[in-house]
Design a protein around this ligand. Structure first.
Ligand code: HEM
Ligand code: NAG
Ligand code: NAG
Length: 510
């Protein structure tokens, strides 16, 4: 009797729990190969977030692409929730049909306010609408043509090509990411201020404005990472550490912007009304629209610099990397470059390069320049897939994950295939570009706030691709089969830069 009792309790107290444990393990490991982050009271999933902070985009992408509904609610410390989605129906809801409920929001705005002020990137409502309206003229066809022929082409032939020629002649190793960032910085300064910093010159100078700007971006976005929300505010009050540095960097950028604004005002005052209205940089546009408050105009210009500075360079860095491991794509591009050389104008040439266009779309699908983008709900809502969003919850749409959804891109989603974006026109034997809707391919955002510079970005990137590849081969300096690492901040970067050698092509067609 005693014996029986003993063995029965043994079974119940030891074996059964073990059995349950094993069954539950089996269940989770078969139905759920990607581990969803554990969540604890107060801390939420802080430990998982901390552990994966170097690969935030990749980690969250693995999570949401492994859920059946492509959506996941991450529990952040102190009960804050973050909804992450890669479902195009949800994205359309957030960015278009319920646009008014999803703003930049207080968290984003207050975190970036010191740097961006009330500039377009950090504005909602009427203030946003006004800036969007005035600046949209900068992006019409006439302005874009002029931008290509004056700004891009001179930066290309006077700066980029000579730097690459020099590197080819001396067999030096260049950080191509740095070169492309310099290119984009000069470009955007010319558009925003009508000012040329000459950041991409033969000596690759340490340019004061560029360095301060880089610092301000980095330190501002680091504020997002703190465990205790708004902890940076305490450091700011005490003016210590990173907050002290940020203050210095921001002051430098602002002082610089204001100096240019004052100069520009004098120039505009000296001209007749007719002349000044033909000025074609953004700053002149805003000044002649009646806005003379220096701080506000500085805000506007700084946002545009941020928008135009690291996006095209990130896109091109990954593009040239992907070309280096996909030589058949490079050959097709060279064929297109040769074929389109007869075009009547630079603008037409760029417009006709559909294969390059497709290749750029494809590389940004895998390596989007803006990895994730977050909005804040103004009131309670339910997303189309049933996800509950409470007032104040932040909601992220995730371009990096969206480019990796098998249901959308197919089993070969991991492969670089520009043909995904193309159809052969049988009669002419030419490629035709087939677009995807902007909710499925959310690289430029979508809806009323879709990237203003999208077309400008393509023009600039296509011109650089054609201008570089027709003269040079870009050869990565690979460190023992190491794959480059994608790191996500406000914009994406290739970790540690992109070291390359430049080889002149034997038969340079210029
Ligand atoms: C490949 C290059 C680019 C990509 C992938 C890209 C992507 C994006 C994305 C995702 C946004 C939404 C950001 C947000 O609201 O949080 C955005 C907004 C914006 N972009 Fe771009 N961008 C690119 C190049 C450019 C360029 C060259 C400019 C030109 C100056 C530009 C100007 C803007 C502006 C002004 C906005 C704010 C629009 C608004 O809030 O109404 N972008 N872009
Ligand atoms: C996204 O969610 C909607 C609504 O639940 C669903 O109908 C659709 O199939 C989902 N899309 C994908 C690609 O899973
Ligand atoms: C989406 O999937 C996740 C993970 O499987 C689940 O936790 C969540 O409840 C689902 N959301 C909806 C609205 O069904």
């Amino acid at each position: 009797m005693v014996d029986f009792h003993f063995s029965a309790s043994l079974v119940f107290s030891i074996l059964i729990p073990i059995l349950f444990f094993v069954i539950s393990k089996l269940k989770t490991s078969t139905s759920n190969p990607t581990k969803l982050p554990k969540s604890y009271p107060i801390f939420g999933s802080f430990f998982a977030i901390l552990k994966n902070r170097e690969r935030y985009a990749q980690w969250t992408s693995e999570i949401i692409t492994s859920t059946p509904n492509l959506t996941f609610t991450l529990r952040r410390p102190f009960g804050r929730r973050l909804v992450l989605t890669a479902n195009a129906t949800n994205v359309q809801h957030i960015l278009k049909s319920h646009f008014n409920n999803y703003e930049k929001g207080d968290f984003f705005r207050s975190t970036l306010r010191d740097f961006l002020g009330d500039g377009i990137f950090n504005a909602d409502g009427e203030n946003w609408k006004f800036q969007r309206q005035v600046s949209s003229h900068e992006f019409n066809t006439k302005s874009l043509r002029k931008f290509l022929e004056t700004v891009v082409d001179s930066e290309l032939s006077d700066r980029l090509v000579p730097v690459l020629e020099n590197a080819a002649a001396h067999e030096t190793v260049l950080d191509f990411q740095d070169i492309l960032q310099r290119f984009a910085f000069d470009n955007i300064c010319k558009i925003a201020f009508g000012y040329d910093p000459g950041y991409l010159s033969a000596s690759l100078p340490e340019e004061k404005l560029a360095v301060a700007f880089e610092k301000a971006v980095k330190l501002s976005s680091d504020r997002f990472g703190s465990f205790i929300p708004y902890f940076w505010k305490i450091k700011k009050c005490l003016n210590i550490g990173s907050e002290k540095q940020l203050k210095i960097a921001v002051r430098q950028v602002r002082e610089f912007a204001k100096e240019i604004i004052r100069e520009k005002k004098q120039q505009l005052d000296g001209k007749s009304g007719l002349e000044s209205s033909s000025a074609d940089d953004l700053l002149s546009r805003f000044l002649s629209s009646g806005h003379s408050d220096e701080d506000f105009v500085a805000d506007i210009v700084i946002s545009f610099m941020l928008a135009g500075r690291d996006t095209t360079s990130a896109a091109l860095t990954w593009f040239f990397y992907l070309l280096s491991i996909n030589p058949e794509v490079e050959s097709e591009i060279l064929r297109e470059i040769k074929e389109k050389q007869e075009a009547t104008s630079a603008y037409d040439e760029v417009k006709e390069m559909v294969y390059i266009h497709a290749s750029l779309c494809e590389s940004m699908r895998l390596y989007p320049p803006v990895p994730v983008d977050t909005k804040e709900a103004l009131s309670d809502d339910v997303l189309p897939d049933g996800t509950v969003v409470r007032k104040g919850t932040r909601v992220t749409y995730h371009p990096y994950a969206m480019g990796r959804v098998e249901k959308v891109w197919g089993k070969d989603w991991a492969e670089f295939g520009p043909e995904r974006w193309l159809e052969r026109e049988e009669a002419a034997g030419e490629w035709r570009f087939v677009n995807r809707d902007s909710y499925t391919y959310s690289v430029f955002q979508a809806g009323p706030r879709i990237c203003l510079g999208k077309e400008m970005a393509f023009i600039q990137m296509k011109r650089v691709v054609a201008g570089v590849l027709r003269r040079f081969r870009v050869v990565p300096v690979v460190v023992e089969g190491a794959e480059p690492v994608y790191i996500a901040g406000l914009t994406a970067k290739m970790k540690g830069g992109f070291p390359v050698r430049i080889e002149a092509r034997a038969e340079a067609a210029s």
